[in-house]
Design a protein around this ligand. Structure first.
Ligand code: DOR
Ligand code: ZN
Length: 345
């Protein structure tokens, strides 16, 4: 039995670091485990300009623990009015690593999102030309579409036609949650990849709804039926370079989650590697973990691999029921459980 695993330092290709006191409370958890992270721009107001991204990057760097060695990779939040030249300028200046497409109304702070991809045709054309990655929240938001079908319908109505129109565009289908999504990414060209969260590998929709409503298992896209979870586990652990680590760690104060209208988001940053590793071990795929965590993401983004190494050991790791943050608490993913691996650095 393997008792420890040493891998190249991993990156998180999708994280919400928030701002202000929440940023201060959470950024250390991500910086402890990851060398770099793609930072989501869904602040209020959203990060839509080069200047806003630079200022946000500075606030992230200022909030890091003194000994941290961590690089935030910034994203531009696309709106119906995004100027293609602003995107080009930010990418060429090394400020924007990617753009993020939120369909309007799909999730937290997405009200300024895009109402129809036709409205950003010029931006997407520029991105295809310069080789910039589009990170996609792949859900339609029409009231007539069942929430469990939103991802599959997005593929059919939005993503497949978009890639036919712009076959060179580099797309990361973020936080994939469905068998249809896995199939789509697997059969698409090498310019299409996906991130997978720890929660969608561990839980299906029962975790949210059986024995009571469990707000800490609620995130968007929502966890789906068991067959989808199994498809995601196969994809993540397969060794395919199209799938890589993106936690979608999305902290909300305990009281905002445990509410009559609870916020979407699972805070998984504190034990992210331990959580993923449990899945790879259960799938007998520890040998594919380094690719998923540390190699496929940089290869897709065209960024260098990290140089350092991190070690994970087989040892019990108790996840607390809550973590103090600012004047509230955050409930981490796996709260109250004991995980089998521990991050050793
Ligand atoms: O569950 C989620 N929370 N999904 C998202 O897409 C956004 C995120 C957040 O920002 O809270
Ligand atoms: Zn997210």
């Amino acid at each position: 039995m393997t008792d420890s695993l040493t891998i190249r330092r991993p990156d998180d290709w999708h994280v919400h670091l928030r701002d202000g006191a929440m940023l201060e409370a959470v950024v250390g958890h991500t910086a402890r485990q990851f060398a770099r992270a793609i930072v989501m721009p869904n602040l209020s107001p959203p990060v839509t300009t080069v200047a806003a991204a630079e200022a946000y990057r500075d606030r992230i760097l200022a909030a890091l623990p003194a000994d941290a060695d961590f690089t935030p990779l910034m994203t531009c939040y696309l709106t119906n009015n995004t100027d293609p030249e602003e995107v080009r300028r930010g990418f060429e200046a090394g400020v924007f690593t990617a753009c993020k497409l939120y369909p309007a109304g799909a999730t937290t702070n997405s009200d300024s999102g895009v109402t129809d991809v036709a409205n950003i045709r010029g931006v997407l054309e520029t991105m295809a030309e310069i080789g910039m990655v589009l990170c996609v929240h792949g859900e339609v938001t029409h009231a007539d579409v069942d929430i469990f079908d939103r991802e599959a319908v997005f593929i059919e109505r939005v993503l497949a036609p978009l890639l036919e129109d712009l076959p060179q565009l580099k797309v990361v289908f973020e936080h994939l949650t469905s068998e249809e999504g896995v199939q789509f990414v697997e059969t698409a060209g090498a310019n299409v990849a996906a991130t997978i969260t720890p929660q969608h590998l561990h839980i299906n929709r029962n975790a949210m709804l059986v024995g009571g409503m469990r707000p800490h298992a609620y995130c968007l896209p929502v966890a789906k039926r068991e067959k989808h979870r199994l498809a995601l586990r196969r994809a993540a652990t397969s060794g395919s370079a199209k799938f890589f680590l993106g936690t979608d760690s999305a902290p909300h104060a305990r009281e905002a989650k445990e509410s009559a209208c609870g916020c979407a988001g699972i805070f998984n940053a504190p034990f992210a590697l331990e959580s993923y590793l449990a899945v790879f071990e259960e799938e007998d795929a520890l040998g594919n973990f380094e690719g998923f965590a540390s190699e496929h993401g940089p290869a897709f983004y065209g960024l260098p691999l990290n140089e350092g190494r991190v070690k994970l050991e087989r040892a019990e790791c108790d996840v607390p029921d809550g973590l103090d943050a600012d004047d509230t608490q955050l409930v981490p993913f796996h709260a109250g459980e004991t995980l089998r691996w521990r991050f050793a650095n």
